[in-house]
Design a protein around this ligand. Structure first.
Ligand code: NAP
Length: 474
């Protein structure tokens, strides 16, 4: 190729790269839009995956790549790890898996930033870099580093390898604030004196420490909100990486990720009637023992599958309220089976879905969609609550915190003010759970002691299968 042909080829390839990035960004936006409704969520995932494929192809065409060996090695290794995780990690462990993914994504952003800093430092051109680029670099590394350790602690708490209750000490908020202020001061110092390597690495170290300090005082019950916030940070770190590397798709995808994470955190806080500051600094879960005592007492009444089946079979309207127990028991097909049997008898069946039921946003919707439960019979908390007083039987399937009336009735409860599905307003409540186990918050639930409530003990899938059989026999 002569010189002009080479430059035409390079220009052509950079146009091609930008084109793939624009298409990838369109796919990401359409993917997000489709993911906002259960009906189209699967399509949204495929669109987002197609977008990511386009972005990877575009990046591989980059003419600055001098050798593909390491890239191919990384791709193969990453694909194998990803595929194995998809096969081995059960649905119930999805939150800690997601936390690990955030940690890896954020570590990648931080490492790219540190590598970029070292390259520019060795080339002796750091001082000439535009301030905006130095700022983006510092921002990327700071957010990336603190998100990495924060997400690792979140994964450890959710997995149970780190104590799930808030780890607190006297003066914690002041210490955290000090670490944060020194870290930010280092950031501004670097902005003015980019070559001050010791200050740069102090900032990295403090960010690593701050990630740990930020998450240890938060209880595992609040981890979903924290993860969604960390997801937002990882997205913003990626966007900053995009500015540093001049990569448009990273800027767009990172910003989308950053803001969707933030919106999700706000929505989750709203569903729990908490503020973000309360989640981050409230130490929720530390006062569980004393709050629990205020809530409950009395005895629980047990019911047999046969008696419960009679109530269900002769009801006009039945509402199922699923929770985390439905997920652990993998009882989604069994509940559909029972619903079919009831509908065959003319019973009106609906599902009440709390937005934080289970262990991740949309957990119940995903499970019920897998069992082909039609979306039209899934009702959000605000839609189903007004119907409770006209419901004959409410079947609580492995749900606990999201139906805890203490949140409504006991101002001293640790979950006071959290919106709940008010199952205790139904004519009769049947609770399916294995025993006396508490919910994620660790609180006692007075619902189980109420006169409208009866308990059907056992694994949710087994109980639902027995109920379907008993309804069939009537
Ligand atoms: P929950 O409060 O955690 O209660 C689940 C109940 O299911 C337990 O009381 C347990 O009692 C029962 N259970 C467990 N395995 C079972 C099985 N195989 N069969 C039957 N029952 C079983 O669940 P929830 O009402 O869904 O509330 C969710 C909680 O998790 C909230 O506190 C929420 O803030 C938090 N959270 C939510 C998310 C999210 O984004 N959705 C993420 C993380 C945490 P037994 O042991 O007696 O069976």
């Amino acid at each position: 190729m002569d010189h002009s042909a080479t430059s035409t080829f390079l220009n052509g390839s950079s146009y091609f790269i930008e084109l793939t990035y624009i298409i990838a960004s369109i796919f990401f936006i359409l993917g997000l839009k489709n993911m906002s409704h259960p009906d189209s969520a699967r399509k949204g995932m495929f669109l987002a995956e197609a977008g990511m494929l386009m972005a990877v192809i575009g990046t591989l065409m980059n003419r600055e790549i001098v050798s593909y060996e390491w890239i191919i090695g990384g791709l193969v290794l990453g694909s194998i790890v990803g595929a194995l995780m998809a096969i081995w990690v059960p649905m119930t462990a999805m939150p800690e898996r997601t936390a690990l993914s955030h940690a890896f994504g954020a570590a990648a952003a931080a490492l790219v930033g540190i590598a970029e800093y070292s390259i520019q430092y060795s080339a002796g051109v750091l001082a000439e870099l535009p301030k905006f680029k130095v700022g983006a670099l510092g921002f990327e590394i700071m957010l990336g580093a603190l998100t990495t350790t924060g997400s690792l602690i979140a994964a450890g708490k959710l997995k149970g390898v780190i104590k799930g209750t808030p780890i607190q000490f006297k003066g914690q908020n002041a210490v955290n604030m000090l670490v944060f202020l020194v870290m930010i001061s280092c950031f501004f110092y670097i902005l003015l004196n980019p070559t001050a390597q010791p200050v740069f690495y102090t900032m990295v170290g403090l960010a690593v420490l701050f990630g740990v300090m930020l998450v240890i005082p938060i209880g595992s019950a609040d981890m979903p909100v924290v993860m969604s916030l960390l997801n937002s940070y990882a997205g913003l770190a990626a966007a900053a990486t995009g500015f540093v590397l001049g990569n448009n798709v990273l800027i767009i995808a990172g910003t989308l990720d950053g803001f969707s994470g933030l919106i999700l955190s706000i929505l989750m806080c709203k569903a729990m009637n908490r503020s973000i500051t309360n989640v981050l600094f409230g130490g929720f879960g530390a006062v569980v023992a004393e709050a629990a005592a205020a809530g409950a007492g009395g005895t629980m009444r047990e019911i047999t599958p046969e008696d419960a089946a009679v109530q269900l079979a002769y009801a006009k309207k039945v509402v199922f309220v699923p929770g985390y127990g439905l997920a652990t028991a993998q009882a989604q097909h069994a509940v559909r089976e029972l619903a079919n049997k009831l509908e065959e008898r003319g019973v009106e069946v609906k599902y009440g879905i709390h937005s934080v039921a289970g262990r991740m946003p949309g957990h119940m919707n995903v499970l019920l969609a897998e069992a082909n439960v039609p979306y039209e019979v899934l009702y959000e908390m605000d839609q189903i609550n007004p119907e409770m007083s006209t419901t004959d039987v409410c079947v609580v399937i492995g749900a606990n915190d999201v139906v805890n009336p203490d949140a409504r009735d006991n101002p001293k409860s640790a979950i006071a003010g959290m919106p709940i599905i008010e199952v205790d307003r139904a004519h009769s409540v049947i609770v399916l759970k294995r025993g006396q186990g508490r919910g994620f918050s660790g609180l006692e639930n007075p619902l189980f002691f109420k006169s409208v409530t009866t308990m059907l003990y056992g694994d949710a899938k087994v109980s639902l299968t027995n109920l379907a059989q008993a309804v069939q026999n009537i």
